[in-house]
Design a binder for this molecule. Structure first.
Ligand code: ATP
Length: 514
């Protein structure tokens, strides 16, 4: 069986070969951690975005959308704390000259203890069979207990170092736990330094006196500065939310995991404004709703988990991540944060404007508290591709590559395939396409054998293939083939709309959320 690493490599190759993701400016050998989306990628991406947008703004009539600019007044980032504190601790290996995030190296060291525990438990479960008591074994087996103690000790040191911004201690941990560079295999580390992740540029011509501005590292601040605009013009009452989808930019130190960590990426963020004191109940609500949103896609509930933060960001009083099982382990796809009144208060202070909300029910004014949900479009894209990709052995020694994409997200919903390129079949096929194209993204293909054409559609995740043959001309029936089961059945053209709609209409998934 192929290793997870091999599968990940194949997935990256597949994304390129089938028009999902290309390296940016590839003819110039690419630009590190920047990617372009191709003809299929952009459709999948748009479908992810509209699934999110619909779930947030359509299913919640108290969530309104905006689209704010990427450039913002530079004081925004002073107020938000990004100029002073949006840093990652970096460390270099002197032998390989490779740069790493110190916190990530330590988290990986911690994960190694968990892997060791999992291995022991696995072995024991095989040995004991049915009678195996997992909980008891974890609590009592001396080796497992020792690994767990070591992990917890490391965890405690790490959390305290991060919370105190103690860079020397981070380095000491790396040395003490004998972390080696995966490239050179050595422990020849530099000191740990802070590195600000914001990109800057200049606005205005030099003669006017140019001003340094930043490319936004998150979309959230565009929401905060528009809080009162939306509240007043939309006559919104607390609790309410503002949602936005847009590009964000971070000068990431290490960017080696395809579209998992990019320097230019896209976020879908929502800030939910609540009465002070009610934030924890809304934090729980959004935690649960967001998890439901992920699981409703049907990629497998076991692939998701919550991970509570150890180091709360400077603004947060509660925070959790939704992690997804990527080919390289469980990784953050979305963050849910209770941000208190930090951002709005900061903007009030720095702008000198009153950003309070008058609550007619309480008859008082206050700065609302905020619960945020923040998800990366690209990471979501990667999680879906990773979970959908399968190299499937078929009967007779044959195999196929199939993307089991959730039908509501698939780039194309229906492929229209005339059996032959003659006898009036292409014309009939175009007629069928014309019937469907106003409701579904259709794709037409008449080249090569029907088997090859099915494979091509499997590889881009098209849920349905419709074949038009000579019988179609006589009785207005076609063959419909289902991607996952490869089952084929003969149906009247008049039934196609209903069969397809039932599977690909986002409504079916939206209904699971409410
Ligand atoms: P990480 O710890 O992985 O760097 P983060 O905690 O800094 O992520 P947030 O600031 O919470 O991430 O951003 C919210 C979401 O934006 C993340 O859950 C992720 O999906 C996405 N995101 C953040 N940074 C990147 C990036 N460099 N490339 C792609 N997506 C990103």
């Amino acid at each position: 069986m192929a290793s997870q690493e091999e599968i990940f490599k194949k997935l990256i190759a597949h994304c390129k070969e089938y028009g999902f993701v290309f390296p940016s400016s590839e003819i110039y050998d690419g630009l590190a951690a920047v990617y372009d989306y191709g003809q299929n990628g952009v459709e999948l991406k748009n479908n992810i975005k509209s699934y999110w947008w619909g779930a947030m703004t359509m299913l919640h009539d108290n969530v309104a959308g905006i689209d704010s600019a990427i450039f913002m007044h530079p004081n925004t980032w002073k107020a938000s704390g990004h100029v002073d504190a949006f840093n990652d601790p970096l460390i270099d290996n002197r032998d390989s000259k490779k740069r790493y995030r110190a916190d990530v190296l330590i988290e990986e060291a911690m994960a190694k203890f968990d892997e060791k525990i999992a291995k022991e438990v696995d072995k024991a479960s095989k040995r004991f069979g049915e009678s195996f008591d997992r909980e008891l074994y974890i609590k009592t087996n001396p080796r497992v207990v020792e690994y767990a103690q070591k992990r917890d000790a490391l965890h405690e040191r790490f959390a305290s170092a991060m919370n105190n911004n103690n860079l020397e201690e981070l380095k000491r941990i790396i040395i003490d736990y004998e972390v080696v560079c995966p490239i050179s295999g050595t422990k020849n580390w530099t000191d740990v330094r802070q590195f600000n992740l914001m990109f800057s540029t200049e606005i205005g011509s030099v003669a006017d006196g140019a001003t340094k501005i930043y490319l936004r590292p998150e979309t959230a601040q565009g929401i905060f500065v528009n809080f009162l605009n939306v509240q007043k013009t939309g006559r919104m009452k607390i609790p309410f939310g503002i949602a936005q989808i847009g590009k964000a930019f971070r000068n990431e130190i290490v960017a080696r995991q395809f579209i998992f960590r990019m320097r230019e990426f896209e976020q879908m963020e929502m800030q939910f404004f609540v009465r002070p004191g009610e934030e924890m109940q809304w934090f729980e609500y959004w935690k649960e709703f967001r998890m439901k949103w992920h699981k409703a896609l049907g990629l497998g509930d076991h692939k998701y988990r919550f991970h509570d933060h150890d180091k709360l960001a400077h603004y947060a009083n509660a925070a959790t991540d939704i992690e997804f099982e990527m080919p390289f382990g469980f990784k953050e796809v979305e963050g849910i944060h209770s941000r208190t009144d930090f951002d709005l208060s900061q903007h009030e202070q720095h702008s000198g404007k009153n950003i309070k909300y008058f609550d007619p029910e309480l008859n008082e004014s206050y700065v609302p508290y905020v619960v945020e949900t923040s998800i990366g479009v690209d990471r979501m894209f990667l999680s879906i591709m990773a979970a959908s990709y399968e190299e499937q052995p078929l009967e007779g020694g044959d195999s196929r590559v199939v993307l089991h994409l959730p039908p509501i997200l698939a780039p194309n919903k229906v492929a229209i395939l005339p059996l032959l390129k003659k006898d009036g079949l292409p014309e009939k096929a175009k007629e069928v396409m014309h019937l469907l194209k106003f409701d579904f993204k259709t794709i037409y293909d008449e080249k090569d054998s029907i088997g090859k054409r099915y494979r091509r559609q499997d590889a881009i995740g098209t849920p349905f293939c419709i074949t038009i043959d000579h019988q179609t001309l006589e009785d207005r029936t076609v063959t419909i083939r289902h991607r996952d089961t490869m089952e084929q059945s003969r149906v009247p053209i008049a039934d196609l709309h209903g069969i397809i709609d039932q599977k690909v209409n986002p409504k079916s998934v939206f209904k699971k959320l409410m």
